[in-house]
Design a protein around this ligand. Structure first.
Ligand code: ADP
Ligand code: MG
Length: 678
């Protein structure tokens, strides 16, 4: 039987058990998977420079003729070093190859090569170490760089790739109908797959990447839209529109903003329909999403329906529980908290009451979606800071109700196109204005030299009765980082914050301890909370009006914005001081943006510009199927086009059931790895 695209990868020539295992480690099980193993980037050997112009300490491409090879030297530890003299016709250089006799043997004296490697040395004597190279007479001077694994080399991949591609040509396929290729100016799929691995030119590699990225984005869009349509067919509990939600909103201690009001209206309208709501409530930090969620819970409760609100951390769950209880209990709506860290006895008692319907609103962490929690009438499910939950968790929660109405709240103000990509299966309500009377947070970026003065400023604000956060980055939550934060807190208590009451808060503390510290901070017993990014999401203490962020260079723009959103939540003028000694261009730019605006949308757009949309897809926070090509190659324009194309296709053929759409439909199903259509 001839080897086909879907045969086992080991059927390819030269691939045995061992190499097969290496491929499988990269998720490659068949020749088909291999041709979709997309190069990360390309090495362009045409960019070669004369030796005299090579940048020392950097990777350079040189065009070198090997003049004389020296015998291999063995040094201790079994290491072998091979050296050869070479020239570019003007200057000489030494080629040094460590521990790879095989690669060295392939080099021939008096032959010319393009070589890529790190150039070291000085003005007089230079060497290039362990270069990768191709022969001068090679016809294409662009070579793919693949994600590889231990033991697998570019050359092995290239050899196997050639065979896989020739199999492909014997089983021709195409996923898009010709009129789409034409309309969107895309090259045929097989051309793209050939060119991405063996580009004929830089342009052809670019064209190939564009086509493959388009495919991926299109499939994502199609899958999302189909999921959305499917959920439209489910039936949910349709609530009674005569329940008056303004009895609740009118009784709040503040007046809702127009956007909040509008969001409440949209949600209530959704809840009154028999198709499940699937809505994203998007609003910048501090825009008041919780009050909107509370209104939705009120409306459901007065309809005799239970609501569940899921938060990403215990701190946040506890805070939501308190806020919702304060808002709702005066109206006879019963709110409870259920988290993993409660005692078994307490949990069991709470679960029993939930099952009996003695609670209307259940707030918690992911504990509330575990199998052993039974609801009496769950009809509304709210997740806060949804970008922290994956699709799987959302789905698990959805199983608790018949087909509950779903509301997800997010403070990540991503541009609309991207929101549609990531939350393509959702409708969107946006809160774009902050509540009245908020004063913009003043932000300053300073170097460590000014730390002392910065803390002088903090002490002044404390003397006025305000409270402060000091954020220390703890990226990996390792013991040593924890140690650093503890030491920092101790020193601060002795020096800059002498005489102030301080407390430490970090993610490794037990839930009960965290709660206690948060409670004391909220009650004003603690003036300064020295903390890690556990305060990043959601924490709401309006009297806290100053934030100091240490090592600010270690945070991305969006994260800085989230952190900063912990202050400026009340009537007081608030400030944020970013401390960093990093003077890299990128860091300086980030600090400038932070100091010049508090608009979350602007910040996330800048973030997007600096990092590229790939980072959003790559971050794995959204629970989407992984994207391989779009991740690297996509840009906003391509996303817009893929979106338009998806819309047109589904208008013409909602189930993609026409024969010319079958390959595409199969691909969509494969990407989402489940039955999303029907
Ligand atoms: P976020 O959208 O970041 O979750 P919150 O819901 O925590 O914001 O609200 C931030 C603060 O603003 C809370 O203290 C809340 O009580 C208050 N708040 C919400 N809506 C209004 C409003 N319309 N007017 C005044 N304050 C409000
Ligand atoms: Mg919030």
């Amino acid at each position: 039987m001839p080897t086909t695209l879907h045969s086992d990868i080991e059927y390819l020539k030269g691939v045995g058990r061992a190499r097969g295992e290496m491929y499988r480690r990269l998720g490659i099980e068949s020749p088909y998977d291999l041709i979709y193993h997309i190069p990360r980037s390309y090495l362009d050997y045409r960019t070669h420079v004369p030796i005299a112009q090579a940048e020392l300490g950097q990777y350079n491409v040189l065009k070198l003729t090997v003049t004389h090879k020296l015998p291999p030297q063995r040094i201790r530890g079994g290491l072998v070093i091979c050296k050869a003299g070479a020239t570019d016709g003007i200057d000489d250089i030494l080629i040094v190859v460590y521990n790879n006799v095989y690669a060295f043997q392939a080099l021939k004296e008096n032959s010319t090569y393009y070589m890529y490697g790190k150039v070291m040395g000085n003005f007089l004597r230079k060497e290039i170490s362990s270069p990768t190279y191709i022969k001068e007479e090679e016809s294409v001077l662009i070579q793919p760089i693949y994600p590889l694994t231990q033991g697998l080399s570019v050359n092995m991949v290239r050899t196997n790739m050639r065979q896989a591609l020739s199999i492909m040509h014997s089983e021709p396929f195409e996923t898009l109908p010709p009129q789409i290729l034409q309309k969107y100016g895309l090259c045929p799929l097989m051309t793209a797959l050939e060119d991405i691995h063996f580009p004929r030119s830089e342009e052809s590699a670019e064209e190939a990447r564009r086509r493959l990225a388009f495919d991926e984005l299109l499939k994502l869009q199609l899958g999302m839209s189909m999921m959305k349509r499917r959920s439209r067919k489910e039936t949910a509990y349709s609530m009674d529109s005569s329940v008056d939600v303004s009895e609740f909103t009118g009784g709040l201690p503040f007046e809702l903003t127009d956007d909040q009001q509008k969001a409440v209206g949209e949600i209530v309208a959704d809840l009154c329909r028999a198709v499940p709501m699937n809505r994203l409530l998007q609003g910048d930090v501090g825009s008041g999403k919780t009050a909107v969620a509370a209104a939705a819970c009120y409306f459901a409760a007065k309809n005799g329906i239970q609501s569940a609100l899921m938060a990403p951390t215990e701190i946040l769950a506890a805070q939501h529980h308190r806020t919702l209880a304060d808002f709702l209990e005066p109206f006879g709506v019963r709110v409870c908290l259920l988290t993993g860290s409660m005692t078994a006895k307490k949990k069991a008692a709470t679960r029993e009451k939930i099952a009996e319907g003695q609670f209307d609103v259940i707030v918690g962490t992911h504990a509330i979606i575990q199998k052993d929690v039974e609801y009496r009438s769950l009809g509304l499910v709210i997740t806060d800071e949804q970008h922290r939950f994956g699709v799987a968790q959302r789905a698990a929660l959805a199983e608790k109700g018949e087909s509950p109405h779903k509301l997800v709240m997010s403070a990540t103000p991503i541009p609309r196109t991207l929101a549609l990509m990531i939350y393509g299966d959702l409708d969107i309500s946006a809160i774009t204005q902050l509540p009245k009377g908020r004063r913009p947070i003043k932000t300053y970026a300073v170097t460590g030299k000014l730390r002392h003065r910065a803390f002088g400023f903090v002490r002044d604000r404390l003397a006025e009765g305000r409270q402060a956060y000091v954020v220390c980055p703890m990226i990996e939550e390792t013991e040593s980082e924890l140690h650093a934060v503890r030491t920092y807190a101790e020193n601060a208590a002795k020096e800059d914050l002498k005489g102030c009451t301080t407390a430490l808060l970090h993610g490794k503390m037990r839930a009960a301890e965290k709660d206690k510290v948060m409670k004391r901070f909220r009650d004003g017993e603690i003036q300064v909370l020295i903390c890690t990014t556990v305060v990043e999401v959601g924490v709401d203490v309006p009297n806290a009006a100053v934030m100091v962020i240490e090592n600010a260079e270690r945070f991305g723009l969006s994260q800085l914005h989230q952190l900063r959103g912990r202050v400026g939540r009340g009537e007081y003028e608030s400030s944020c001081i970013l401390i960093t000694d990093n003077t890299s261009e990128e860091c300086v730019r980030r600090m400038k943006i932070m100091s010049s605006t508090t608009d979350g949308f602007k910040i996330s757009e800048e973030d997007l510009k600096m990092r590229g949309p790939g980072d959003f897809f790559g971050s794995a926070q959204h629970g989407l199927p992984p994207l391989k090509i779009a991740d690297i190659a996509c840009n906003m324009e391509l996303m817009n086009r893929a979106q338009t194309c998806a819309r047109e296709l589904l208008e013409e053929d909602p189930e993609l059931s026409k024969p010319e759409h079958t390959p595409l439909k199969m691909d969509v199903l494969r990407l989402f790895n489940k039955d999303i259509i029907g």
